[in-house]
Design a protein around this ligand. Structure first.
Ligand code: HEM
Length: 269
């Protein structure tokens, strides 16, 4: 290699290393933000469901693809600030065709995303069918549980993918809220003990909604075994705490977890 070519190769190498040093941490930071939004307390969780209008399918495929590309742009742009998960409900839930689960440090950032989404060429074919908000909090009862139960709860979930997502809104009765913390804690312990056989196959996340919506909790689950989920619900219906739950579901939403590209593919066909 002549000396000039060696210099160019060296300079290019230095350039790529520098770019790597600048870009890699910012990418790691962006990923870390999503991780934080999905794990930390004090984060707003929103579930927004939509039906796709019949007129969508009446357009030719090229038009649909160009509108879906614009939709992709809106999701990607907002992903810089908020975490957006997507679900295909069509064929599995009678309530909607698609669902967004959004996590944001500020609820107004979620609002801006949903407004931009509906103002978009693809969004014009969407009709909103439901919107629920909650906030993540530190565990209320777990810190007072016996050490053995706390240890049992730490069982890691199976590593393989959990393609199904289920969302169940819950409202508790005035009698529940009137009970003192100790009585509620005993019943939440029974609730937790009933769930232990399902820790490996069912992932869960809890959102507190009192005052933010017409419900008290949004419960979210992912699983690869719907039959286990069915058995879990039957077990929970037998614990005393369930008697204080006048609203369970209505609606129960069920769908499959999709990446942005998978969802676009499903609607492009
Ligand atoms: C693997 C399955 C599950 C596990 C391990 C589990 C565990 C727990 C634990 C430990 C708590 C107490 C959190 C705290 O300390 O604040 C809790 C709360 C709660 N769980 Fe579950 N749970 C499961 C499934 C379910 C299901 C299927 C539902 C209903 C659809 C449900 C509804 C709730 C609700 C509404 C609360 C909040 C209760 C309150 O604060 O009054 N859970 N769960």
């Amino acid at each position: 290699m002549n000396p000039l070519a060696s210099w160019i190769t060296l300079l290019l190498g230095v350039f790529y290393v520098c770019v790597g040093l600048v870009v890699a941490p910012s990418l790691a930071e962006a990923a870390a933000d999503r991780e934080k939004l999905l794990t930390e307390p004090g984060v707003y969780g929103t579930f927004a469901t939509f039906r796709l209008n019949d007129s969508w399918m009446k357009q030719d495929q090229a038009t649909r693809i160009s509108q879906l590309t614009l939709f992709k742009g809106v999701v990607e742009q907002h992903r810089e600030k908020i975490a957006i998960d997507l679900y295909l409900l069509r064929g599995m839930s009678g309530h909607a065709d698609l669902m967004f689960r959004v996590h944001a440090a500020e609820l107004r950032d979620t609002q801006q995303f949903l407004v931009d989404l509906q103002g978009n060429a693809f969004g014009k074919y969407l009709t909103g069918t439901g919107l629920m908000h909650g906030v993540t909090k530190k565990a209320n009862y777990v810190p007072g549980f016996p050490d053995q139960l706390k240890a049992d709860l730490k069982v890691a979930s199976d590593p393989w993918p959990k393609p199904y997502a289920i969302v169940i809104p819950v409202r508790k009765s005035a009698d529940w809220w009137a009970l003192d913390q100790e009585k509620r804690a005993v019943m939440m312990r029974e609730h937790t003990e009933a769930t232990l056989p399902y820790l490996k196959t069912i992932k869960r996340k809890l959102y507190h909604s009192s005052g933010l919506d017409d419900l008290d909790f949004i419960t979210y689950f992912e699983t690869s075994k719907l039959e286990d989920f069915h058995s879990l619900i039957l077990s929970l219906e037998q614990v005393r705490e369930f008697q204080y739950t006048p609203r369970f579901g209505h609606p129960t939403l069920m769908g499959t977890v999709k990446s942005l590209d998978e969802l676009i593919e499903a609607f492009a066909q």
